[in-house]
Design a protein around this ligand. Structure first.
Ligand code: FE2
Length: 70
């Protein structure tokens, strides 16, 4: 994204950093024994990844297509 000059890079990085922070919180709870790796957690991760790839990552693919044509 950086090498292609993607204008949405900073926002995209922030979204990934937000996920990392959420995962760190889940890890803390898991390590503390206050949470088990539940179906809900697995659904959260699956939904996050699926939604992210289909929407946020797709914007980068659109950006690449537009820049290839110009
Ligand atoms: Fe991404």
């Amino acid at each position: 994204m950086r090498s292609k000059g993607y204008s949405g890079l900073v926002a995209h990085e922030a979204i990934h950093e937000d996920l990392v922070e959420q995962l760190k919180e889940l890890e803390k709870k898991y390590d503390a024994g206050t949470m088990t790796l539940s179906i809900m957690t697995m659904h959260f991760l699956k939904d996050w990844l699926t939604d992210h790839i289909r929407t946020v990552d797709a914007r980068f693919f659109d950006f690449l297509k537009q820049n290839e044509q110009s």
